[in-house]
Design a protein. Structure first.
Length: 261
């Protein structure tokens, strides 16, 4: 199945590297991540069209058939637009993602005084990373989210130890307050999981991390383009554009928890 979006193609590459399986059924892909069953976008369908109002039931049924043990529903469409309002009317959350890319090192950015940027290395670094990843989760759901984030951190650490990736953190003293990853995938390098604690946002930390990660990725002469994905209309897009990234593609994801029985 042909996929033109660099965000989606690198998503699939990263999932395969982390042990996911991707099965091509011709008119859709099925992605499964047995090691992390609560990872919605590690267990989903990918459809090479726009979201259509007359196919809500078709793809919902296909998801259930392919992933019967999943406690969620998640379907990605490679094309933007479509009848997303029809999916929303059936209780699905709709997200439009924007792929941005650059062939240059991101614009210079300096972390504020008192913030140290360095690679994640120790067990404590990675445990803190899991807590940062779940920092916006409501208190009553935090324990479950932390299970997911620890599984994800373990997969990220394995990528780092393989030599393909590096995760950078911003530390306020010994406390991790922001982090992101970047993975070299042939001629592309893909940013991952840019997260900053609410207490440390709007201080230039994310921009400094984006710069540091881009510098590292482009040290490899095989890498010719940096790719990052952001939610349409979200605050991150402006930051990435100021860093030198430009939009190259869009795609749609729909997701929801299953209806109670």
């Amino acid at each position: 199945m042909r996929i033109d979006s660099p965000g989606l193609t690198t998503d699939l590459d990263l999932l395969r590297l982390q042990g996911s399986t991707v099965t091509d059924h011709g008119d859709h892909l099925v992605v499964r991540t047995p090691a992390n069953p609560t990872f919605w976008w590690g267990n989903f369908l990918l459809v090479p069209t726009a979201a259509r109002s007359d196919e809500v039931e078709r793809w919902t049924s296909r998801f259930v058939a392919e992933l019967p043990d999943a406690h969620h529903r998640a379907i990605a469409f490679t094309q933007p637009g479509g009848d997303t309002e029809a999916w929303a009317a059936h209780g699905w959350d709709v997200e439009v993602d924007v792929d941005l890319a650059t062939t240059s090192v991101p614009a210079p950015a300096t972390a504020p005084d008192g913030i140290l940027l360095r690679a994640l290395e120790t067990d404590d670094d990675w445990e803190q990373s899991a807590h940062v990843g779940g920092s916006d989760t409501p208190e009553d759901r935090r324990d479950g989210r932390l299970v997911f984030e620890r599984r994800r951190a373990a997969a990220q650490r394995a990528l780092v130890e393989s030599g393909r990736a590096r995760w950078f953190g911003a530390f306020d003293g010994d406390r991790l307050v922001a982090n992101l990853g970047i993975v070299r995938l042939g001629d592309l390098a893909r940013y991952q999981d840019v997260v900053t604690l609410e207490s440390h946002r709007r201080r230039g930390i994310a921009g400094a991390l984006v710069r540091a990660a881009g510098e590292w990725a482009l040290e490899d002469p095989a890498v010719g383009r940096l790719v990052i994905v952001a939610e349409d209309g979200g605050p991150a897009i402006g930051l990435y554009q100021r860093a030198g990234f430009a939009e190259v593609a869009r795609h749609v994801g729909v997701s929801r928890a299953p209806s109670p029985t």
